[in-house]
Design a protein around this ligand. Sequence first.
Ligand code: ADP
Length: 159
Amino acid sequence: MSKLAICPGSFDPITYGHLDIIERGARIFDEVIVAVFNNQSKSPLFSVEERLELIKESTKHIPNVTVDSSAGLLIEYAIKKNAQVILRGLRAVSDFEYEMQITAMNRKLDNKIETLFMMTNNQYSFLSSSIVKEVAKYKADVTDLVPSIVAEELKKKYN
Ligand code: ADP
C-alpha cells in the first residue's frame, strides 16, 4: 500500500521552513498532499487561492507533492484522502504544547491516523510566516526566507 502524508497548515505564505519539511516528507512518503486550511482567526494576508498558487509554484520540482485546500476538519480530510500520516514541523518548545493538544484531539477522533513531527532544520528554527510578513511590511529583504515568487508577491502586497 502506498504511503500518503498530509502536510497541513495555513501557509500564509509558504516559507523555506515549510518547504524543507515538505521536501524531507516527500523523500519518506510515496505521496505528500500539502493542504491549506483557512484559519480565519489568523487574519490571513493571502487568499486561499493565492496561497495554493504560491505553494504549487514553490513545490513544482517535487513530483510526488500535490497541493489542495479544505475548509473542514483536518482529521476528516485525512480520512477522506486515505492518508496514514499527518506530518507537522516542530520549531521550538513553544510549538510543542499547541501541537500536543491538536494531536491528542485528532487521535481521539481517529486513532489510526498518526501525527508525525519532523524537527526543523536549524537554519529555519526562527522562521515563521508571521515573522516574514512583519519583516516584509518594512520592506526588508526576505529572499533568504521564502521562495522568490513569494518574495515578489509580498512586495506587491505591501506596496
Ligand atoms: P498552522 O497555522 O497550522 O500552524 P503554519 O503554516 O504556521 O500553519 O505551519 C504549518 C506547518 O509547518 C506546521 O507543522 C508548522 O510547525 C510547520 N512549520 C512552519 N514553519 C516552520 C519552520 N520554520 N520549520 C519547520 N516547520 C515549520
